[in-house]
Write a protein that binds this ligand. Structure first.
Ligand SMILES: Cc1cc2nc3c(=O)[nH]c(=O)nc-3n(C[C@H](O)[C@H](O)[C@H](O)COP(=O)(O)OP(=O)(O)OC[C@H]3O[C@@H](n4cnc5c(N)ncnc54)[C@H](O)[C@@H]3O)c2cc1C
Length: 405
């Protein structure tokens, strides 16, 4: 019997889980062995971490249910290294026990390990700030918030989408607390006048103090200091100043960007290693106008479709697909009752149209539900187009081709 082509997908977040399901739908089980490696046994809806932090319960989504019957093998383990030249991945068991170290060989690797919080190198962040980039951080913040007394201060650092969502969520859930947000730029600077105006209105209504054009230079217990020497009080500091990728890719011979993201072509294939594909936050993908796609599930899911379809096309000798990589809107929750849907150009710049208010909150909720549904039903809605793998292609990866047909 001929050997199956081994595809390993690292990371079962929005992009990795989507890619694994789509590969299962595109390729025949007798031809490929697909393994999805993830540190945890259930899917984490990262886009709801601010909700988790304020005490809301999230729907449990075990991978064993999501992938039942798909043919995708699940491996719960922590990835510690990738050897892109010898084509194997090192994992330890999910608790990090050395005794559980294993090497997993692959023929094709899909790297989708996502990202975590980004301290931006600001002193005191690791020791004294909270973060909500993942579940452990959100749960720690949840415990801390629950222990705060009325009148204590929560200071959110970062005026990006995560900061806006975090500040409003905490303010709505805990009107007894004193909430503030510090942003390097003006509040909602990147939005249209309508979007910006609405944001200010909601912030005012929720009583959130805004420190605009404020760069935080140090976090200390009970306060932060800013570039002009001002001290801002903070019983709790929540750090939301961007995301950073895990250092695993940067420690390989894969070509990575200065920030450690794997540089890929239009088919999500590594520019340096044709057997490796990278998707989601972990990949540096050129979007419209050659601008890098921002770290988001809005970008991650289409990159997963593109990678899965390209892998299947290359293995089966069919035409390379081209998934459009473009933006339509930015969807921001402002608590559970308010929202802002800012429509954007293909390369993510605000246009004048924005949806606001209760309708926007419902729209955003549907987007989150839809994203989770897509992950939870990884093979539904994907037409089965399983063609046989061409043996020679399965054994030796063809040369890199940046142009998708
Ligand atoms: C509070 C918050 C709100 C957000 N809101 C939005 C939004 O509204 N819209 C939007 O588009 N984006 C939003 N984002 C960003 C979005 O969540 C991320 O960009 C997205 O999750 C990236 O998807 P991914 O598949 O690349 O990585 P992830 O979703 O991070 O998945 C990575 C997976 O890899 C696993 N993993 C990581 N390291 C290892 C390891 N060493 N070994 C094994 N497994 C590992 C993780 O457990 C995880 O399952 C938000 C993020 C946050 C934190």
């Amino acid at each position: 019997m001929q050997q199956q082509h081994r595809i390993i997908v690292l990371g079962a977040g929005y992009s990795g889980a989507t890619a694994a399901g789509r590969l299962a739908k595109r390729l025949r089980r007798e031809d490929v062995a697909i393994t999805l490696v993830n540190a945890e046994p259930d899917f984490v809806e990262r886009v709801r971490m601010h909700q988790l932090a304020v005490g809301q319960e999230l729907t449990p989504r075990p991978f064993s249910q999501m992938f039942a019957g798909t043919g995708v093998a699940l491996k719960y383990a922590k990835v510690t290294a990738v050897d892109a030249d010898r084509k194997h991945v090192t994992v330890v068991d999910a608790n990090g026990a050395e005794s559980g170290t294993e090497e997993l060989p692959y023929d094709t690797l899909v790297y989708a390990l996502g990202s975590g919080w980004n301290s931006q190198g600001v002193p005191g962040t690791a020791e004294y700030a909270h973060e909500i980039a993942g579940r452990p951080g959100a749960l720690r913040l949840r415990e801390r918030l629950a222990g705060l007394d009325a009148g204590q201060q929560v200071l959110v650092i970062g005026g990006g989408l995560t900061g806006l969502e975090a500040a409003t969520e905490v303010a709505e859930a805990r009107p007894d607390l004193d909430i503030a947000l510090a942003a390097r730029s003006g509040l909602g600077d990147t939005f249209s006048p309508k979007g910006r105006g609405h944001l200010r209105k909601v912030f005012d209504k929720l009583g959130i103090t805004v420190h605009e054009h404020t760069a935080v230079t140090e976090v200390k217990p009970g306060h932060v200091t800013t570039a002009d020497g001002t001290t801002l009080p903070a019983s709790v500091t929540v750090w939301t100043a961007g995301f950073a990728v895990h250092p695993i890719a940067g420690a390989t011979t894969l070509e990575v960007s200065g920030t450690g993201r794997i540089v890929v072509d239009a088919t999500m294939r590594s520019r340096s290693h044709p057997d490796v594909y990278a998707i989601g936050d972990a990949a540096l993908v050129a979007g419209p106008g050659d601008k890098p796609l921002r770290m988001s599930c809005a970008s991650g899911v289409p990159t997963a479709w593109q990678a899965a379809d390209a892998i299947a096309a290359r293995l089966t000798g069919t035409k390379l697909p081209k998934t459009p990589l473009r933006y339509f809107n930015q969807c921001i929750s402002l608590g559970r009752k308010e929202g802002l849907i800012q429509y954007v150009t293909a390369d993510d710049r605000a246009v004048s149209t924005a949806l606001t208010g209760r309708l926007a909150a419902i729209y955003k909720e549907l987007v989150c539900k839809g994203a989770a549904w897509g992950v939870a039903h990884p093979t539904l809605g994907v037409p089965a187009r399983r063609r046989p793998v061409v043996r020679e292609r399965a054994l030796e990866a063809p040369a890199v081709s940046a142009s998708a047909a």
